[in-house]
Design a protein around this ligand. Structure first.
Ligand code: NAP
Length: 509
């Protein structure tokens, strides 16, 4: 059903958090604020609805259709029907439509960013950045759509020709998390549509509004009905909807971004009908500062890599390993940078750099890691306290050891734990002692060390003297239990293509 507060603009009401006593309101074009599912080019209501909350205040933003099994099935059928036509479009036709979608996202970037801040909590500056990042995948894949080539291979027999052609796999189910509610969708859907696949998107319960705004703009761009479908649902219904999306025989491909635990459950679903899968799962990134590092650059990299989205990114630095010779000066400068640069508040406040965590459970997890570390001898240098609601103080811990909780599990919050090490070998052993391997960062000015460490880190992406590395041009993905496959880059389209071998025989040449 349509929401309570979407007529002509979204009104964010003051919530339970007294720290945020003023009223936050925003005007967003009514067309972009959607609360129904988007199936086969139509806005469709479900019998039930769920509330979308402002994580900063707990106030209800609006109420969104709570899709269940019938809507998921309807969307899969629509996508399958649309696939029969979409795959016959020329690459250029698909490219032009993706480009129009990109242009529209850019045109509405301000409003789309407001929606992200409202439902996800990140500061407006970061939301604007996410929209630019999100749009970049539509642009990139509008270009890549025309560069899907096959091969002609030299045969061993004289009367044969060997051709390899690439074809779209079919309907792709796309399940995405709340921490990048727009970009995690376009990174998958841009590639899928470029390849000639159609999609059904299930966004996170916390952030369906960004997905629905993308659907509105896809329709305005002229993307045909059934090619891009969105079925929002509550957390309660996610397992049932997910099961349809991951087991329906009409679905050929699953692309998931989220936790490793959910990824494993979806992989089991996929096994039943042997679907192609891409999994972008959890990370536990090491951030290593060697004695030879430029300390100021290392501090700037640490700040950028750790505190974006209040520490809620899969590529966030999680484990800080600092060599003994540079340790004290790095700790001191990092503490000063935290004091100077970080401001906790509502994402709509212009001075805010640290919004809320997505919910109180997330803040409790960070608090638990801090308590565990301090109880085992870590020194609390800065922060450490939960504020009201789901806000958490940016926190700095020193004297951390590898067996503490914060070094064993993904934090997903604004906590920097610092472990002092002596040798490169020791740092690599600690960094690689993890079941996951998404991103890793290190700072060094020693060229030989840079090559040694870049090659030996067991991760899918390495930042050398750089704390922010994600870009549409480079492949995004992890090793070990961080997932399967790559997104973005020239390799991203391959995840949605099958390679077909055609042998032409009996030729008289
Ligand atoms: P999550 O709990 O796994 O949720 C991700 C998505 O899966 C949401 O849409 C969620 O729906 C849905 N879901 C949950 N259980 C499901 C089920 N049984 N069947 C079908 N769908 C189901 O992850 P999260 O906590 O939202 O996100 C944080 C995690 O994502 C972190 O571990 C982070 O590292 C990882 N992440 C990875 C990347 C990457 O590119 N590698 C990027 C961003 C985040 P509900 O919202 O309704 O629960």
């Amino acid at each position: 059903m349509v929401s309570c507060c979407l007529s002509g603009g979204l009104r964010l009401l003051r919530g339970v958090n007294r720290m945020l006593s003023r009223r936050y309101s925003l005007d967003v074009s009514g067309d972009l604020l959607r609360s129904q599912a988007f199936i086969n080019g139509r806005w469709v209501s479900a019998p039930d609805s769920f509330a979308v909350l402002d994580p900063a205040t707990g106030a209800e933003l609006c109420s969104v259709s709570d899709c269940s099994v019938p809507q998921a099935q309807e969307a899969v059928t629509a996508a399958y029907t649309a696939f029969q036509t979409w795959k016959t479009h020329t690459a250029k036709e698909r490219s032009v439509l993706l480009r129009k979608w990109f242009d529209l996202v850019n045109h509405h970037k301000e409003d789309l960013a407001k929606i992200i801040t409202a439902e996800c909590g990140k500061p407006m500056k970061e939301s604007i950045g996410e929209i630019a990042y999100s749009a970049s995948f539509l642009e990139w894949f509008s270009e890549e759509a025309r560069r899907v080539y096959g091969d002609i291979v030299s045969p061993a027999a004289k009367d044969r020709k060997i051709l390899l052609i690439k074809q779209p796999v079919g309907v792709a189910s796309v399940i995405t998390p709340w921490n990048f509610p727009s970009a995690m969708i376009t990174r998958k859907v841009g590639a899928a549509l470029a390849a000639g696949c159609t999609v059904v998107v299930k966004p996170a319960e916390d952030t369906p509004l960004s997905a629905l705004a993308l659907a509105e703009l896809a329709a305005q761009a002229g993307i045909p009905p059934g090619v891009f479908n969105v079925v929002p649902c509550s957390r309660e219904k996610a397992p049932a909807v997910g099961e349809v999306l991951c087991t329906d025989p009409l679905v050929a491909k699953i692309s998931f971004t989220g936790s490793t635990a959910t990824g494993k459950a979806l992989l089991k679903h996929a096994a039943g009908t042997v679907k192609k899968v891409s999994m972008e799962l959890g990370g536990h990134a090491p951030f290593i500062v060697f004695d030879s590092a430029d300390v100021d650059k290392a501090v700037a990299g640490a700040m950028a890599s750790k505190f974006r989205n209040s520490g809620q990114t899969c590529v966030c630095s999680n484990r800080f390993l600092v060599q003994s010779g540079i340790h004290d000066v790095f700790l001191e400068k990092l503490g000063k940078a935290m004091d100077a640069e970080l401001r906790v508040g509502h994402g709509f406040e212009p001075t805010t750099t640290q919004g809320p965590l997505i919910n109180t459970r997330a803040a409790e997890k960070v608090e638990r890691q801090v308590t565990d570390a301090v109880s085992q001898g870590a020194v609390l240098v800065k922060g450490g306290k939960r504020l009201e609601g789901s806000f958490m103080q940016p926190t700095l811990l020193s004297n951390v050891s590898a067996d503490m909780l914060c070094m064993q599990e993904e934090t997903f919050g604004p906590l920097i734990p610092i472990l002092k090490f002596n040798t490169e070998k020791e740092a690599l052993a600690i960094a690689n002692a993890s079941q996951v391997g998404l991103a890793g960062y290190f700072y060094s000015q020693d060229l030989s060390q840079i090559w040694r460490v870049a090659e030996q880190l067991e991760v899918g992406m390495v930042g050398v003297n750089e704390g922010l590395i994600s870009t549409a041009e480079a492949p995004f993905g992890g090793v070990k239990q961080s997932g399967l496959g790559r997104e973005g880059s020239k390799y991203g389209v391959d995840e949605y293509l099958e390679l077909k071998y055609v042998c032409m025989g009996g030729l008289t040449l």
